[in-house]
Design a protein around this ligand. Structure first.
Ligand SMILES: Cc1ncc(COP(=O)(O)O)c(C=O)c1O
Length: 499
């Protein structure tokens, strides 16, 4: 077990430890990372840091203590509402991210459904398979049922959605765009369906809410997806994605105050006083609110349009060059800046491994197996290197040794499929335990692991395996990083060991 140091560290020492730790991390500043970080460049980072520092200790929970934060939050919400088709009534709050915005919308829809539609039992959310797992999380937390709607051309199948509506249905969901494939669900059809059946329609524009209106201004034919559609009840849009604000910034919008009231929480009988909180968290970091306000005002329409233009051109360049390579393909032509890269000739996870060894970070996706690319303005500088490395990666996967390992994966998969389920479960538990004992360390080459995962037929086994990995990841390692600090050589060794 790790203990608190008996005496404090020198600042110099402290920051050198943390700087060194960063070396293990993915190289997003070089344009080699395709998710998790939305890099707008150095100047934007500086503005974020200054704004965050200025309000780092302030707490948005109590607006009467910090009217500054109340003003900034309301202005941020108002700017974003206007950006997304409000003519005046749309309102909302800031939250800590897309997940919290979605949790809030689902909780509000649940309470509205129970009160206004008199839904008995567990209210249902109808959503396409591609919708973000934040909705599953909301269902898990708030006692809702998810009904998954199949996709047609990687978008929600509206006919199937209509057929799935029951008396329990509270909410219909569409994404603009969805995260795995980067295409937009038929939002106007979904919103119309919601109106027809008096249902709550939520648009998940967490990743597209900022960028899509700018793509439209740049001449792209973007379908309507926001409050210009009368059937849209709520919409989530993240500012820590394509608005480039600090992490921990999102906005949840509602058609009007009546819908938003379902989000708020009030406790009246607490000895500590009447407690009112607008969203999931209690304390609300002032730095995040300040960063969002600052960056919207720093960039303005002009700044966002310029960045959006680079993103649009870079995405088009990526698609064009992928199309020109034999063996890889985009799963579906993107409608914004997200590409799912797959292959009908090679194991795409092996290509992912080869790219990983060359410094590229891309998420592995399933159904169909693909690599995820969210394009940023910063990728404009790394596009040539990406394609040089992609060609090299494909060549490498074509070689005998990789082919052999592919055969081994196939054999293992076939073997697992023919084994009795009890034995497979035991084997998976053992593998999971080994990963847990190794502190959740995931090997550099993961193709075999992803190949195996796809052949696990029991959902229970898969969940057990992932829970074991998570246990391992969130467990303290036997040698604390700080033990090596008195001796910098040892510390470098330790970092190398971790990476
Ligand atoms: C479409 C969509 N919805 C929701 C989320 C969840 O956002 P967060 O990770 O900020 O909670 C994401 C994240 O990538 C997303 O792309």
């Amino acid at each position: 077990m790790m203990t608190m140091p008996a005496t404090g560290f020198e600042q110099e020492n402290l920051f050198s430890i943390m700087e060194s730790l960063k070396y293990q991390d993915t190289k997003w500043r070089d344009g080699q990372t395709f998710c998790l970080v939305y890099d707008g460049g150095k100047e934007i980072a500086e503005v974020n840091k200054r704004a965050y520092n200025l309000f780092m200790s302030e707490n948005g929970l109590n607006p009467s203590a910090f009217p500054s934060l109340k003003t900034m939050e309301n202005e941020v919400v108002s700017i974003i509402a206007h950006h997304l088709g409000s003519t005046g009534d749309v309102c909302g709050t800031m939250t800590s991210g897309g997940t919290e915005s979605i949790l809030m919308a689902c909780k509000a829809a649940r309470d509205w459904g129970i009160q206004h539609k008199k839904i008995k039992g567990r209210p249902q959310i109808l959503m396409p398979e591609s919708a973000h797992p934040a909705f599953n999380k909301a269902a898990h937390y708030f006692g809702l049922d998810i009904v998954t709607i199949p996709m047609k051309a990687f978008r929600a199948d509206i006919i199937a959605m209509r057929q799935a509506i029951t008396e329990q249905t509270a909410m219909l969901v569409g994404s603009a765009p969805n995260y795995p494939f980067g295409v937009i669900d038929p939002i106007s059809d979904i919103a119309q369906l919601a109106q027809e059946y008096n249902l709550w329609c939520h648009v998940d524009a967490c990743i597209g809410g900022i960028l899509l209106p700018f793509f439209r201004k740049l001449g792209q034919d973007v379908p309507l997806f926001d409050f210009t559609l009368p059937g849209v009840t709520s919409l989530s849009v993240d500012l820590h994605k394509y608005a480039y604000a600090a992490k921990g910034t999102s906005v949840i919008l509602y058609k009007n105050n009546d819908f938003r009231r379902n989000q708020f929480f009030v406790a009246t009988d607490w000895p500590g006083g009447i407690y009112a909180s607008p969203s999931m968290t209690g304390t609300r970091p002032g730095g995040a609110i300040a960063s969002a306000w600052a960056i919207l005002h720093f960039l303005g329409e002009e700044g966002y349009l310029k960045l959006s233009q680079t993103i649009k051109q870079t995405t088009e360049e990526f698609v064009k060059r992928i199309d020109a390579i034999d063996g890889v393909t985009v799963v579906v032509p993107p409608e914004m800046s997200i590409i799912a890269l797959s292959s009908d000739q090679f194991d795409i996870y092996q290509i992912g491994d080869e790219m990983g060894l060359r410094g590229w970070y891309m998420d592995r996706q399933q159904s169909p197996p693909s690599l995820h690319l969210t394009i940023m303005a910063g990728h404009a500088k790394s596009v040539d290197q990406f394609f040089r490395d992609l060609e090299a990666a494909i060549l490498s996967v074509k070689t005998i040794s990789r082919k052999l390992s592919n055969i081994k994966i196939q054999m293992k998969k076939t073997f697992m499929k023919s084994m009795p389920q009890g034995l497979v479960s035991k084997m998976i538990r053992n593998e999971g335990q080994a990963i847990r004992d190794n502190h959740g360390a995931i090997p550099k080459r993961t193709a075999a692991m992803y190949g195996m995962l796809s052949s696990i037929q029991s959902e229970g086994d898969l969940i057990e395996l992932v829970l074991n990995i998570m246990d391992g990841i969130f467990t303290q390692k036997s040698t604390p990083i700080s033990k090596a600090t008195k001796d910098s050589d040892k510390f470098v060794e330790r970092v190398a060991d971790v990476s």
